[in-house]
Ligand binder design. Structure first.
Ligand code: FE
Length: 337
């Protein structure tokens, strides 16, 4: 009898514990996130425990831990990674009226296995001293003769480029996407090397005149503690490609959030997902990394507004996952290093 009572008490304690916390595996490392999690804790009484690491390490950990993983939520950048996590069976579908009504359809998984938290555009940046924005138009135009040996873009092993090409395969077809990739290689100012930030540094160093980068890296340069990085940021013009009538719009990608298959604090986890998607959190969450909010009721920051508005490619983002392996194969075929 005593034993039974003890076991019951133990079960009760673990139930209470389970209902008072939520465990997040996040690749993000911003003070703003910490601040938001604290706000959530104060509002709900639910403790937020965060494990921070690189996206691939977190995914490996989720795989290894399996059903015993303490993780409830997985936060990472690029839809390619969210799709991969889903394919590996690490995620589960969420049924939330708020998320369904708030997050635009193209910015979430078709079966609600992940939802966007922030949005970034992969744009063309140009050296304001050398290039006029009127000379720019589309990603496709970067492959024409006038840009010969003037284009900077990072390696094909990078997920951002894989997603860019996957989006092109999704909307223009394999053939056109391959031709684009092949012609881009011909127009490259150098063999791809370095990060998005390094491409902009190479533009200022005169190695090339235009680069393809994610918008938030311009924000990061402009807000850098290093003077030379601020200078590089200030020399960059931001151009949103493929804006013409009938054109598909600028390629976008997301950072997103997903409920893990192993989640034991599901209600709290969904509460936190909804909290991070609500207007109050959205502006803070997006601004921490100079990104666009995904909640349509929230304005982007002043810096992002200064670049102007743009038409985004509304190809459902999960298709970038579907076509990722085709993109990787295509990059190899055209010898994009
Ligand atoms: Fe990045």
């Amino acid at each position: 009898m005593v034993k039974k009572g003890f076991l019951f008490a133990l079960a009760l304690v673990s139930m209470l514990n389970a209902s008072s916390e939520v465990n997040v595996y996040s690749h993000r490392h911003y003070d703003a996130d910490k601040q938001l999690f604290k706000m959530f804790e104060e509002q709900t009484g639910v403790k937020v425990k965060v494990v921070k690491a690189k996206a691939n390490e977190l995914m490996k950990r989720l795989e290894k831990e399996g059903v015993n993983s303490p993780a409830d939520l997985f936060i990472t950048a690029d839809v390619g990674r969210l799709y991969l996590a889903q394919q590996k069976g690490l995620l589960q579908s969420v049924n939330s009226k708020y998320l369904n009504e708030t997050i635009p359809a193209n910015l979430k998984d078709k079966d609600n296995n992940w939802f966007a938290l922030t949005k970034r555009a992969r744009v063309i940046v140009y050296n304001k001293d050398k290039v006029k924005p009127s000379e720019l138009s589309t990603y496709e135009d970067l492959t024409t003769a006038k840009w010969n040996k003037r284009v900077l873009i990072r390696k094909s092993s990078n997920i951002y480029n894989q997603s860019l090409l996957a989006a092109m395969i999704a909307s223009e077809g394999q053939e056109k996407a391959k031709t684009w990739a092949k012609d881009m290689v011909n127009n490259m100012a150098r063999t791809p090397a370095g990060s998005d930030r390094d491409q902009m540094k190479a533009v200022v160093a005169g190695i090339g005149d235009v680069a393809v980068v994610n918008t938030y890296y311009v924000g990061k340069l402009l807000n850098s503690k290093k003077k030379n990085e601020v200078m590089v940021g200030e020399k960059m013009g931001v151009f949103f490609p493929n804006q013409g009538a009938g054109e598909r719009g600028t390629h976008i990608n997301i950072s997103g959030i997903a409920l893990t298959k192993s989640s034991k604090n599901t209600d709290n986890a969904i509460k936190l997902m909804e909290f991070l998607s609500a207007p109050k959190a959205q502006s803070i969450f997006a601004e921490a990394n100079y990104e666009y909010p995904v909640n349509p009721n929230v304005e982007p920051s002043k810096l992002l507004q200064s670049w102007g508005t743009f038409k985004e490619d509304t190809t459902p983002l999960y298709k970038l996952g579907v076509y990722n392996s085709d993109a990787v194969k295509t990059f190899n075929e055209v010898n994009w290093k």
